[in-house]
Design a protein around this ligand. Structure first.
Ligand SMILES: *Cc1c(COP(=O)(O)O)cnc(C)c1O
Length: 289
């Protein structure tokens, strides 16, 4: 569907490290961060079938929600630029003046920004809020916060068939859980998907993942689990331990992990390996979104 130069399948690389050898673990990185510089993270995979649906239904505008640093808002803005949609970004909280780099990028792509107070934002999925946005902006195709809806899942599921090594476990960071829901749906029964929540108190993610799978496929599966203990204080929070981990990982493997998502997953994964939570011989893929 695209004239975009997308790097698909995304590269798979093996991480070689004495600490992994000592535990008998093989670790691979699935580099979805390299798919396209303007679609951060897994957002291209989530958008793919949504853009098809928007086109098919004759939409000329896309509307989405997010915080001021949202990768999803950036990705929707980029999709608008590349595929000729008007885009509207509904941003949580106060107006940003001057714009931060994320929002400036979105505006440069042609996105119209509007701001929603936090109380209304909590109810952004309610029909009266959506109706009001329709009165203001006209007819639009709605991409939910984080880009996670039923059509996002098959796009994420596709990354599993790209993986050319046999593996037992695949790990990903969880914001909304859409990515986890998608990849878990594509696994064999003897494989497992493990999500690492980047938000504090993210027990609700379990229901989210189940609901998204039911919406997308008519049933949910149970080949997945979520680690809740590696949020480092909450969404977009970090401490010295995480910062040192990112620096150490970069010096060993030449990859600077995104601190909001991937660093927390990778820290958690290394910690589980350290604590012998995987038996020797286990082959693990970590999704770098
Ligand atoms: C959006 C995003 C995630 C979270 O994905 P969910 O499907 O919302 O759980 C993880 N990593 C990066 C880099 C992202 O942009």
């Amino acid at each position: 569907m695209t004239g975009l130069n997308l790097r698909l399948p995304s590269p798979l690389t093996e991480v070689r490290d004495g600490r992994l050898d000592a535990k008998g673990i093989r670790l691979y990185l699935k580099r979805d961060d390299l798919i396209h510089p303007e679609f951060p993270g897994n957002k291209w995979r989530k958008l793919k079938y949504n853009l098809n649906a928007a086109t098919k239904d004759g939409h000329s505008s896309l509307l989405t929600f997010g915080g001021a640093y949202s990768n999803n808002v950036r990705a929707v803005a980029a999709a608008g630029k590349h595929f000729g949609f008007e885009t509207i970004g509904v941003i949580r909280g106060e107006e940003h003046n001057p714009l931060n780099p994320s929002l400036e990028y979105a505006v440069d792509c042609g996105m119209t920004l509007t701001y929603m107070d936090r109380e209304t934002y909590r109810h952004k999925d309610d029909s009266d809020v959506i109706e009001r946005l329709g009165t203001e902006f006209g007819r639009f195709y709605l991409m939910p916060e984080g880009g996670s809806n039923a059509l996002a899942l098959p796009g994420c599921a596709e990354l599993i068939e790209e993986i050319t090594v046999d593996f037992d476990v695949i790990c990903c960071a969880c914001g909304t859980g859409g990515t986890l829901a998608g990849i878990a749906s594509a696994l064999r029964r003897d494989q497992h998907a493990k999500g690492f929540a980047v938000l504090k108190g993210a027990g609700f993610l379990v229901d989210n993942v189940r609901e998204l799978q039911e919406q997308a496929f008519g049933h949910s599966d149970d080949g997945w689990s979520i680690e809740l203990g590696y949020h480092f204080g909450g969404y977009a929070k970090a401490d010295q331990v995480l910062r040192l981990f990112i620096a150490d990982f970069e010096s060993r493997f030449g990859l600077k992990l995104d601190w909001i998502y991937e660093a927390k997953m990778m820290y958690g994964l290394m910690d589980l390996i350290d604590h012998d939570r995987f038996k020797a011989g286990t082959s693990i893929v970590a999704l770098i979104s």
